[in-house]
Design a protein. Structure first.
Length: 273
């Protein structure tokens, strides 16, 4: 059996959490990650028959029965993941009852899964129906994206258009747009249900006055989604108080979509053409 601390998925989690903390996106215990793992790969590092303890999830995740996830812990700081992954991360499997998570590794101090576990698992269920390759859900509090929430109209079309207009790559990276939720109490099933509903249309969802959710095929892609949104939001906030002399026009946005072969998934209803 290989050493779990050398597993690529543990190394990826260490690197991603360190980067997110360094960028100021996940202060204190803010932010969370869940990453669906390949069972055969995990079996190289863990005895999958050894369940350390069970965790009540508080919701029905029947479509995910048997799926294995590495997740960040409740109350855990991203800055501590690198030095103590076995405490700040856990590997869990959705049990046969659909409402319980079986801890296979981690949370050695008695910790548990992130309080946003329902939102993550519901988002996984929604994204897997759209794209079976989507294996990561990532939540962060990117500074400029959050700041933009306080000065910009909060709806899908308006936010997407403003961010698309900030830099050429935005149409390439998230042509499917961004879903936006109003402020909701976090840590419960209601916000999870609302997020999952948006995830049926979008890989990116803004939690109004709170943060940003993203889904993707791996940690690199999902981190890149959030990174691109945050760069665009930064440009917006740096220029919002100034007269705008130039912008990327809607015909130009469509030109980008055609050039980079994303016209089929581009939200054309968000363009004034």
């Amino acid at each position: 059996m290989k050493d779990i601390l050398t597993a690529p998925f543990v190394e990826e989690m260490k690197e991603t959490t360190a980067n997110m903390y360094r960028l100021g996106w996940d202060e204190r215990n803010g932010g969370n990650i869940s990453y669906m793992l390949d069972e055969e790969e995990v079996a190289q590092y863990l005895d999958l028959s050894n369940v350390i303890r069970t965790i009540d999830t508080g919701f029905d995740a029947t479509p995910l029965i048997g799926k294995i996830f590495i997740v960040t812990g409740s109350g855990k700081y991203f800055k501590n993941v690198t030095k103590a992954p076995q405490i700040n991360l856990g590997i869990v499997r959705i049990a046969k009852d659909g409402t319980t998570a079986e801890l296979l590794w981690g949370f050695e101090d008695g910790g548990t899964v992130t309080s946003e576990f329902p939102a993550h698992m519901m988002s996984h269920m929604a994204r897997l129906e759209v794209n079976p390759a989507n294996r990561v859900v990532l939540h962060a509090h990117p500074t400029y994206t959050l700041a933009m929430n306080f000065v910009h109209q909060l709806d899908d079309r308006a936010v997407t258009r403003s961010l698309w207009q900030m830099c050429t790559e935005c149409m390439v990276v998230f042509p499917d747009g961004i879903g936006v939720l109003p402020w909701m109490l976090c840590g419960g099933n209601d916000i999870g249900i609302a997020t999952a509903e948006k995830m049926k249309e979008y890989r990116l969802v803004i939690w109004g006055l709170h943060g940003l959710y993203g889904a993707g095929k791996d940690l690199d892609e999902t981190f890149g989604l959030l990174e691109t949104v945050e760069k665009a939001a930064q440009l917006y906030m740096l220029t919002a108080h100034l007269p705008r002399l130039y912008t990327i026009t809607d015909p130009q946005l469509l030109q980008i979509a055609k050039a980079y072969h994303v016209e089929d998934i581009c939200r054309k209803d968000f363009l004034d053409i």
